[in-house]
Design a protein. Structure first.
Length: 412
């Protein structure tokens, strides 16, 4: 990171048509919310000297006697985040406070490419105070605070700092009944959550013409209103799951109907009735008592019934540029979810592949048996660590769920 690169990032984050930002070789000047902000190259170089004293990972900084990690503090926490509220022993001091300038600079440096794709909600950080500093404004862009651990006396390795931070998070939650958890992905800390642009303005809405099934709309609204991507994924999945029994019964009915209606079938011939009986037994053996088939087969049947691949691709492209290509080139690493070649019109296994990707990921979320076979062959979702990758599955899940809700509606 140098001064020129820093100026480019500041311009990227704060430039708007109605906002003037001045840059020269030694100073940045801008006016935001009636605050005149001035930041000099000399201030930046002083910060850079401190910045270079640390080793960095994505969301923490470390040297031999100090560790700072970005954390989410429970939204119901009503205490002060301050160095004054320090937990101490003879060896360490632990406290939570606002993020340091050094770790903010590390975020700007580490995620400069991601920053170009963000749409920040500037209204979220309107400051009433006067004389705010540039890094105060930057802190307001990131939804996180910092956990600090200061070592007294002898130095300490990063691993020991990390172990102590994890132990503090558990003890805090156990005793205070509030949560402090580490940040594990960039998407967690930006003020713009993964949402698509609105399809239309409020003034363009019209009176509804369709009746939707309440039980699945409730699932959809639960998923939409949650900030937890685990809850979102499961909510969308349950909309698909709602129809498993129905499509499984239809599948049995269709199989029997096709055999009986075939011109070569005769109920008077023993071999024909035996063939019919065998088909029924085969289907019933693969189905549970409530007529639900194996879930992955039922999921595949549900997708075949309600989803048009071209419409799915169009909706995905509208939702997020490049996401269709992502599904074709990336499996879900933590669940062994298959790549899905949506753009391959000759792919006759497309619904099977989509069902496999979704179902494997669903299983990795709801099953957590920690043994070598499960981890290697099936995969297990690790909260926080895998959250960024899981979030990439939400556009697919959401659009399928929305399509099913609409396709199963009736006229008002």
């Amino acid at each position: 990171m140098n001064w020129d690169k820093f100026c480019q990032i500041i311009h990227l984050l704060f430039h708007k048509r109605d906002r003037e930002i001045k840059f020269d070789n030694s100073v940045i000047e801008m006016n935001i919310y009636d605050n005149n902000i001035r930041y000099t190259k000399s201030e930046f170089e002083t910060l850079l000297l401190e910045y270079n004293k640390f080793d960095y990972s994505e969301f923490s900084i470390y040297n031999n006697d100090k560790y700072e990690a970005l954390v989410h503090v429970d939204k119901y926490y009503n205490g002060r985040l301050s160095e004054d509220r320090c937990i101490e022993s003879d060896e360490v001091s632990i406290y939570m406070s606002k993020c340091s300038d050094e770790i903010i600079l590390s975020l700007l440096n580490e995620f400069k490419d991601e920053l170009s794709n963000l749409r920040f909600f500037y209204s979220s950080f309107r400051y009433r105070e006067t004389n705010i500093e540039l890094f105060d404004l930057l802190r307001g862009m990131f939804r996180a605070n910092s956990l600090y651990i200061i070592k007294k006396g002898e130095t300490m390795k990063r691993e020991l700092f990390e172990n102590m931070a994890l132990a503090f998070s558990f003890n805090y939650s156990y005793n205070i009944d509030r949560v402090v958890r580490p940040v594990n992905s960039f998407s967690e800390i930006v003020t713009m959550i993964h949402k698509r642009s609105a399809r239309m303005r409020y003034d363009d809405l019209s009176v509804p013409l369709l009746n939707y099934k309440k039980e699945i709309v409730d699932r959809y609204l639960m998923a939409q209103s949650s900030e937890d991507i685990f809850v979102q994924f499961i909510g969308y999945y349950q909309i698909m799951e709602h129809f498993f029994s129905e499509v499984s019964k239809e599948n049995i009915h269709t199989t029997i109907k096709e055999i009986i209606q075939h011109p070569g079938f005769s109920p008077k011939r023993k071999k024909d009735t035996a063939k019919l009986a065998e088909a029924i037994i085969t289907k019933m053996n693969s189905y549970k008592e409530d007529f639900r088939g194996t879930e992955i087969e039922a999921l595949e049947l549900t997708l075949e019934k309600y989803i048009d691949i071209q419409n799915l691709m169009d909706s995905l492209n509208d939702f997020e540029n490049g996401i269709v290509n992502y599904y074709s080139t990336h499996e879900v690493s933590f669940s062994k979810g298959k790549k899905v070649e949506l753009m391959d019109s000759s792919n006759k296994k497309i619904f099977k592949d989509i069902a496999s990707r979704i179902y494997n990921t669903r299983n990795s979320l709801v099953h957590s048996k920690s043994n070598e076979y499960n981890i290697k062959e099936k995969g297990i979702y690790r909260p926080f660590k895998d959250s960024a990758e899981l979030s990439k599955e939400l556009p697919l899940m959401r659009i399928i769920a929305e399509t099913i809700i609409i396709k199963t509606s009736s006229e008002m």
